[in-house]
Design a protein around this ligand. Structure first.
Ligand code: ATP
Ligand code: MG
Length: 331
């Protein structure tokens, strides 16, 4: 952390959730919320809460939805100096309802909300000038100006000798738009650490197959990959060929939203605090698993002490899928 805080650029939202499963919002249903949300906000909250130096460039409205986010981030230790408050636009929001099959219906207000006004304000420029790491999140590219801001921020951070991580959770529909594919490829090239989940690995690498995709990413200058596997845990791949599988903690999933963001926040913070990869993975798995046990996307973000307690009492799933598969292959 010595070089300066981890910075993320992107959306702050509130999430309002249906209390019942079912299809969409076509009749009156019970809702619960607002909960602080937005993938970059969840990431940075977890990053700060575990003890990392962390800050966010974002925009909210001058309303209670904005205030609950700012207050949460502030109390969890994030630097909120580069969150701007729009007098004209409301804080972004997402209404979410789970279907029986686990998929989700959304009603978003992001593009026409304060979230879309994120810009390189004087405060954001000052933050970047003292930042040590930039975490780039694919979700933020739903806001058009974020591409230019991210390019600029990568330049500033790299110039200072800082590093870049990428969660390639870009909405797939966006990849078809204009220059998106080339721009996304440039992000992958700029990244030191990539944290993909599922198929995002193949999208980021531009090749199918886990081994081929990992090889391709490492050949492009990525030095570290932390692959998220949901209830199967996670795997670290290093530039020197190291592979570390970390099984998931065994928990009852209440709300899966935010697991990947908490995983990322914990992982990046721990690595920047100087922890070895296996220890960072363990904290990241714990952060992701603990978060899915709680209703609300950011509600399970945890301090290092809370994660130590969680790790001490929570059993692990016996093997990750992949370890099981390799065991079979040996027989
Ligand atoms: P999201 O669904 O929030 O986009 P993601 O797809 O980016 O998340 P996941 O792999 O779902 O990432 O979750 C990140 C990490 O959190 C996993 O690697 C795992 O360690 C932990 N995790 C997620 N879901 C579970 C679960 N059901 N049981 C145990 N651990 C989990
Ligand atoms: Mg994800």
């Amino acid at each position: 952390d010595a070089l300066g805080p981890t910075v993320v650029i992107g959306e702050i939202l509130v999430e309002i959730m249906a209390k019942s499963r079912g299809d969409g919002f076509l009749e009156p249903i019970e809702l619960i919320g607002p909960y602080p949300s937005g993938a970059p906000a969840i990431f940075i909250d977890q990053c700060a809460k575990i003890g990392g130096s962390a800050a966010i460039v974002a925009s909210v409205g001058d309303d209670d939805f904005g205030r609950i986010n700012i207050e949460r981030l502030r109390s969890d230790g994030a630097d909120i100096s580069a969150i701007s408050v729009s007098p004209d636009y409301p804080t972004g929001s997402a209404f979410v309802r789970y279907r029986d099959d686990g998929s989700r219906d959304f009603v978003y207000n992001i593009g026409k909300s304060a979230a879309a006004l994120v810009s390189l304000t004087v405060e954001a420029q000052a933050l970047l000038a003292r930042a040590g790491h930039l975490h780039v999140m694919g979700t933020a590219f739903a806001i058009p100006g974020v591409w230019e801001m991210t390019d600029h921020a990568i330049g500033v951070i790299k110039q200072r000798g800082g590093s870049v991580s990428l969660d390639p959770n870009l909405r797939k529909e966006l990849l078809g738009h204009g220059q998106t594919r080339e721009r996304f490829a440039r992000l992958v090239d700029a990244a030191d650490l990539v944290l993909p989940s599922g198929d995002e690995l193949f999208v980021a690498a531009g090749v199918e197959g886990e081994t081929a995709a990992i090889t391709a990413l490492l050949a492009r200058g990525v030095t570290e990959i932390a692959l998220k596997r949901g209830e199967h845990g996670s795997t670290f791949f290093g530039a020197d060929g190291t592979r570390l599988d970390c099984p998931a903690f065994r928990v009852t999933e209440v709300d899966p939203t935010g697991a990947g963001d908490c995983f990322g926040g914990a992982y990046v913070a721990c690595r920047r605090l100087g922890m070895p990869a296996f220890q960072a993975l363990e904290y990241a798995n714990a952060a992701g698993a603990r978060n899915v046990t709680m209703q609300g996307p950011m509600e399970g973000a945890a301090s290092r002490k809370q994660l130590d307690e969680f790790i001490a009492v929570t059993p692990k799933n016996s093997t990750s899928l992949d370890t099981a598969a390799r065991g079979q292959a040996r027989k």
